[in-house]
Write a protein that binds this ligand. Structure first.
Ligand SMILES: [Zn+2]
Length: 411
């Protein structure tokens, strides 16, 4: 046996990652390599495809960076590169499939970061998330997806468990770490939890600053309370089309040269954390540790095709009462276009706060959010929105109840 045979080395790496025996691992590896997976471009494209199919938001970086090809999947960054780099790779923009720079017989390796900017965090006393972990080589794109999902879920669980609760929301008093509380109004001093952003006690909403905080914390923190994604979704839904473009101008006018994430223009692109695998409702079992909101809604519509009709039935029970029956009985009902626009936010709150509840079992449950949408009218004004506050609150109240109960009873 040749100890340093590169193929056997890759087979052994695959065996330790998958638990397969030598014959099975060798056969699988030959099949993968026969398909040309040793092309970094091909592996990058396959990874993008399997992550998209699994419901992750994906962006592919077209130009090589640090001698590798990157893609961004939810909170994770993956970089496909060569394990043994030639000394000629100096600038960083060399392509890993360029034979004049890299030894193309050397195996590909995939490095993983999560979140985008992994750094030492004081309250953890270590690097938060995952900092450039090299995934086992010799795996198919689908196996790599499973590795990434497992690693990101474990890193979030570890960071959540290690984060102390040293502060409290200034509206509801619930305990959080100070980094989990954000300013949502013109006052930088008032720090709130994701359940209280739209509470009636808060005046002067400041959407542009909250959006900036949400994008920046997403870049830096893998353990942000899940509910913040729902807050971002609602702000984007209330603001309507083109909000991302407006945000970019507002940020740049105020000296912040960040580009807003695409979810401000397209709320269905929002990354939603899902409950840990052992606590995940069966209807979400096909997803990983998180997913793109649009993928979740499409799946819900497939599994529960009558969900909107059920919502309308509940709404009629609530809003059509005798005294209105003779005179335009349905004038209180939410217009179809408002329902379509705000529905993603109702789903986002139901799912994200179910996640938050199951991740924080020793804390008060987050459903007091249902009584904390009184300032939606102020937000609509601040966002220059054409929606009616009453209609928005109706979709949120009834929609969150409906989807939450569906998740709770989903056994
Ligand atoms: Zn609160």
């Amino acid at each position: 046996m040749t100890v340093n045979d590169p193929f056997k080395t890759r087979v052994r790496a695959r065996m330790s990652a998958t638990g397969e025996n030598y014959m099975t691992a060798a056969r699988a590896l030959r099949a993968i390599e026969a398909q040309g997976q040793l092309s970094a471009s091909r592996l990058q494209a396959e990874l993008a495809e399997v992550f998209r199919v699994a419901g992750w938001p994906v962006e592919v970086e077209p130009n090589p960076e640090a001698g590798g090809l990157r893609l961004y999947a939810g909170p994770a960054t993956l970089q496909v590169g060569r394990a043994a780099q030639s000394h000629r790779a100096r600038r960083g923009d060399e392509h890993p499939d360029d034979p004049s720079v890299f030894d193309l017989d050397s195996p590909l390796e995939v490095a993983l970061w999560a979140p985008l900017t992994a750094d030492v965090v004081d309250h953890l006393g270590r690097v938060a998330g995952i900092d450039g972990e090299i995934l086992p080589s010799g795996l198919s794109a689908l196996d790599l997806l499973k590795q990434v999902d497992t690693a990101v879920a474990a890193a979030r669980a570890r960071d959540l468990a290690d984060t102390p609760t040293d502060d409290e929301c200034m509206v509801c008093g619930d305990a959080y770490h100070s980094s989990a509380l954000l300013p949502s109004t013109s006052s930088k001093e008032i720090m709130v939890c994701p359940c209280c952003v739209f509470d009636g006690d808060l005046l002067n909403p400041y959407p542009a600053r909250l959006a900036l905080h949400l994008d920046r914390t997403r870049d830096e923190d893998l353990a942000l309370p899940a509910g913040w994604a729902a807050v971002g979704t609602l702000v984007a839904c209330l603001a309507g089309p083109g909000f991302g473009d407006r945000l970019r101008r507002m940020w740049w006018d105020n000296g912040a040269t960040f580009l807003p994430y695409t979810h401000w223009n397209t709320p269905s692109d929002m990354w939603i954390w899902l409950p840990p695998a052992d606590l995940r409702p069966p209807v979400l079992a096909g997803f990983g540790c998180g997913a793109r909101l649009g993928s979740i809604i499409a799946h819900f519509d497939h599994v529960h095709p009558n969900l909107r009709e059920t919502y309308r039935a509940l709404e009629r029970d609530e809003l059509v009462v005798e005294e209105y029956a003779d005179d335009e009985p349905y004038t209180w009902l939410v217009p179809e276009e408002t329902l379509e626009r705000v529905w993603p936010a109702a789903v986002a709150f139901a799912i994200a706060l179910t996640t938050q509840q199951r991740e924080r079992p020793n804390h008060r449950d987050p459903w007091h959010v249902l009584y904390s949408f009184e300032s939606v009218g102020d937000w609509l004004q601040a966002l220059d929105s054409d929606l009616e506050s009453f209609h928005v609150q109706e979709v949120l109240g009834t929609g969150i109840h409906l989807v939450r109960d569906l998740l709770d009873n989903d056994v």
